[in-house]
Design a protein around this ligand. Structure first.
Ligand SMILES: [Fe+2]
Length: 260
């Protein structure tokens, strides 16, 4: 079994709606190790609700967490990361150095949609491409306009996006149509990364194993390990990651009738 990489977990105490204290953050890290993770983002929100969360602030908080993990011999490597809410200013903020890339490697930005809903990420992706920076769509399953539109998802992937899905959504999809759509994404190669989107130990716990189990059932263990471990570790460590292009299923008589 390869170790999991949690590409989306809030571990920076007191900086956002994640763990309120260092003790909770450490408990989350221990939970992640129990889940089978050895790599995780030390992540906090970067949006207008948290103006103090500059790249430098997140870097120093992540370094302090890494030092504590080492001191306490908790075998989890953490990588400073911002969860960036897209806005009209994202490109300017990135160029000014306010935003933090995944692992601070200047390879990937972890982006979420504004509260108003899905917006077209392609202009930002095209603007970042010459700098060698791509976008990871955080908790992409939250956006039905994307989840239910394979052509649009494919277009974003072809433009250089990676698709991240929340482990708990895979493990416990909340309605059958949602489960079918996730399964279609998984089997078609539209999912590249898994994250817990963990925020604490009482609610939104950092769980991964259930999501991996569901993925393995749908796409086989080897492909599930790529998603839950190999590609995530590469992204967090600043290594290159080459994902295969999606393979949307053909619309045969069964899929036309039953939509799966
Ligand atoms: Fe998040």
């Amino acid at each position: 079994m390869i170790p999991f990489a949690d590409t989306h977990v809030h571990l920076l105490a007191g900086l956002d709606d994640g763990p309120p204290t260092s003790d909770v953050a450490l408990a989350m890290c221990r939970m992640l190790v129990t889940e089978g993770a050895r790599h995780a983002t030390a992540l906090a929100h970067q949006n207008h609700s948290y103006p103090a969360n500059t790249a430098d602030h997140l870097r120093s908080a992540a370094a302090a967490l890494a030092a504590t993990l080492s001191e306490k011999k908790i075998p989890l490597s953490v990588y400073p990361t911002g969860e960036i809410m897209l806005s009209a200013n994202t490109l300017a903020e990135w160029r000014s150095g306010t935003l933090l890339s995944v692992g601070d490697h200047k390879q990937w930005l972890l982006v979420e949609m504004p509260h108003s809903g899905l917006i077209n990420v392609l202009p930002l992706v095209e603007a970042l491409k010459p700098e060698g920076v791509g976008c990871i769509i955080a908790h992409a399953e939250r956006y039905p306009e994307l989840l239910d539109d394979l052509a649009l998802t494919q277009k974003w992937i072809e433009a250089g996006c990676l698709i991240q899905v929340t482990a708990r959504a895979l493990a416990e999809p909340w309605e059958p149509g949602f489960e079918l759509a996730l399964k279609r994404w998984a089997k078609g190669g539209f999912i590249h990364l898994m994250g817990s989107d963990g925020h604490g130990i009482d609610r939104r716990r950092p769980v991964l194993a259930g999501g991996f189990g569901r993925l393995a059932k749908w796409v086989g263990r080897s492909h599930a390990e790529q998603i839950a471990g190999v590609w995530g570790a590469a992204v967090l460590q600043g290594k290159s990651v080459n994902v295969p292009p999606p393979r949307p299923a053909g619309r045969n008589w069964f899929t036309r009738l039953f939509g799966s």
